[in-house]
Design a protein around this ligand. Structure first.
Ligand SMILES: Cc1ncc(COP(=O)(O)O)c(C=O)c1O
Length: 477
């Protein structure tokens, strides 16, 4: 028997087109890639790391440069002419973010932050955790959501992880319902989960938001990995806190994110300090201060104000392209890639790829975590895969993607194994030392993620790359 190969490109494309007739409606994105993202093809790059960071259109840079060179802008904390000009643009950007997410200005506020992690820290450090409160979070959260547990514990709150279950890496619905019945008697009950896991691509149910709120929870919906290719309609769903990073949506600028929060939820937060910009008055002699109202109370110091017009430019760009079109395209290409990867076999009939997460396109996004296995059934170290991918001009991500819980569940690392490594370390372990401590198990995975201008050619080239591992041993890989 010989290895199960990939179909030749023309046949694969014909089969893909027949299976996904709706893909044809997204052809404008091929044209957009050729005109506005031509540097990807000029560089011969297959970019499959959209969950880490998106790519920008040339026009976004031109429009932002035209804005910067077309006016005189000062720090919006002042009230001189240049500052007032800037304040108008900051207000516009805030309003456009709300409009983009269909969030009512009566219900929601936008606090600009440096990134999603900055937004998460704002919630974590100021949330009213108490000893009779509860921080409930899913296993597959990003580290910046995991880190909030340290604030919760410091205030004596209970912390519970809801496990995701392999191979699909979803949460059992009944089990979630049982967790939601365990809100503490205090007011500090916070549920945090990703709308889309940045590890497995799983999209958890948005229905949990209302169910949790009805049982006394505030809900932090981490939308950082979801919003680049999915519509989050805050007129339909009403999470209390939504952190996002804009560079994941449209590539440029980096360094700007937001906490989109319900006004009622923001009122519950008690900031542990004040800073320039967050107060109406602070006195040294009088030793008191008054917090500012609204978003300003959460924006420490000077915003990256010159970048905020680029946020509006980026969101308008996505609106013009059409988020639904992007969503359809990514769904079609993800479905094809999942099918192609799971079909690849060594000559002995064993699969080359093990996928951590759903292998169909239902309730999942375009983020795929996987490991490659050799012809003897041994995993191929993800660092080797990355090296080979780099040689092939393919940008992907390896490791645990700041999502240790997802990785630990997917790779079957037991709490005992993990704890013993932490206990054995006198001080701290470097990542490599930690890997050696876990011994011969894989401690990481490979992640490919699709986005705005991914093409069939991109996903085909990745499948072709993986097919190249057929019948190889880990040593000769
Ligand atoms: C789901 C999720 N949440 C939070 C973050 C943190 O984003 P940032 O690094 O921009 O703060 C990321 C980053 O990848 C993410 O994927």
């Amino acid at each position: 028997m010989s290895a199960t190969p990939l179909l030749q490109r023309p046949e694969a494309l014909a089969e893909f087109a027949a299976d996904h007739p709706e893909f044809e409606q997204t052809r404008s994105l091929d044209e957009l890639r050729a005109s506005e993202y031509a540097r990807l093809d000029r560089a011969g790059q297959v970019f499959l790391d959209y969950t880490a960071g998106g790519v920008y259109a040339d026009a976004q840079i031109r429009d932002h440069a035209a804005f910067l060179t077309g006016g005189v802008f000062g720090n919006p904390h002042s009230t001189n002419v240049a500052s007032l000009a800037m304040t108008q643009w900051v207000d516009r950007a805030r309003a456009y973010v709300l409009q983009y997410f269909n969030a009512s200005p009566d219900e929601y506020l936008v606090c600009f932050t440096q990134n999603a992690s900055g937004a998460l820290r704002l919630v974590g450090e100021a949330y009213p955790f108490t000893p009779d409160g509860h921080y409930l979070l899913t296993f597959d959260n990003h580290n910046s959501v995991n880190g909030i547990r340290e604030f919760a514990r410091a205030k004596g709150s209970r912390v519970t992880y809801a496990p995701v279950i392999p191979p699909d890496m979803r949460i059992d619905d009944d089990r979630m319902a049982a967790y939601l019945d365990e809100a503490g008697s205090g007011t500090g009950n916070l549920l945090a989960y990703p709308a889309q896991s940045n590890f497995s691509g799983v999209q958890h149910s948005l229905e949990w938001i209302e169910r949790a709120q009805a049982k006394g929870w505030d809900v932090l919906l981490d939308a950082a990995a979801f919003v680049p290719t999915n519509r989050l309609d805050l007129g339909r769903w009403h999470p209390d806190f939504v952190p996002v990073s804009f560079y994941k949506v449209f590539g440029y600028p980096t360094g700007v994110g937001a906490l989109i929060a319900r006004k009622t939820a923001l009122h519950k937060l008690h900031r542990p300090w004040f800073a320039g910009g967050t107060i109406t008055v602070a006195s040294v002699g009088g030793d008191r201060f008054f917090m500012a109202e609204g978003a300003e109370a959460f924006e420490d110091g000077t915003l990256d104000y010159l970048s905020l017009p680029a946020v509006e430019i980026g969101l308008r760009h996505i609106d013009r392209v059409g988020l639904d079109l992007i969503h359809t395209r990514v769904r079609c290409l993800t479905e094809w890639l999942l099918g192609a990867l799971t079909a690849l076999r060594h000559a002995n009939g064993d699969q080359i790829v093990r996928i951590y997460g759903p292998t169909d396109a239902v309730d999942r996004g375009g983020t795929i975590a996987l490991n490659l296995y050799d012809t003897n059934g041994h995993f191929i170290d993800h660092r080797i895969v990355e090296e080979r991918a780099n040689e092939a001009g393919i940008s992907l991500r390896t490791g645990c993607f700041c999502n240790p819980g997802g990785g630990e569940v997917a790779l079957g690392l037991s709490p005992e194994e993990l704890t013993s490594c932490f206990v054995r370390a006198a001080d701290r372990l470097a990542l490599d030392e930690f890997r050696r401590c876990i011994d011969d198990k894989s401690t990481g995975a490979v992640r490919v993620s699709l986005g705005l201008v991914t093409t069939f050619e991109d996903v085909y080239r990745f499948a072709e790359f993986v097919a190249g591992f057929a019948d190889r041993t880990a040593t000769d890989a």
